[in-house]
Ligand binder design. Structure first.
Ligand code: ZN
Length: 142
């Protein structure tokens, strides 16, 4: 479900249990022709894949967190263009039942209960390009 603000700029995206977060947000951005913007959200996730970037090796450590539901304490990120396609770059802080927290670069996660995500469009699409020295596609302009 998408609720649009009175100025038709901000979007409030409610994802349901079982939906893939990053995939769903990418589709929302494509369907609504959103040109760049900022993402914040809360909710609950399961089957989460997080990353931690190791600069020296120019690679992400990727880890799957399965068989557990997590509070999505904070989802923060942005929308840009990478290799000609909208790219959702989000980080997540997650909480466990024992109230411990962890987080990282969010590759994907499945909605465990709901997510309540706001998108604030920028109005222009930042472009990402591979930075050879860093090893990942960085924002280089619009
Ligand atoms: Zn990241």
């Amino acid at each position: 479900m998408i609720l649009k603000g009175s100025n038709h700029e901000r979007l409030f995206v409610i994802l349901n249990k079982g939906e893939l977060l990053v995939q769903s947000l990418t589709k929302v951005v494509e369907d609504n022709h959103i040109q760049g913007g900022f993402i914040t959200g809360i909710g609950a996730l399961k089957d989460v894949e997080l990353g931690y970037y190791i600069l020296e090796k120019q690679t992400y450590i990727r880890k799957h967190f399965l068989h557990e539901d997590f509070e999505l304490i904070a989802l923060n990120g942005n929308i840009s263009l990478k290799e000609g396609k909208p790219f959702i770059h989000v980080h997540a802080a997650l909480g466990r039942q024992d109230f411990s927290t962890f987080g990282g670069h969010l590759f994907e996660g499945t909605v465990a209960v709901t997510t309540e995500i706001s998108i604030l469009p920028l109005g222009l699409m930042p472009q990402r390009k591979l930075d050879e020295a860093i090893g990942i596609a960085l924002i280089c302009g619009a």
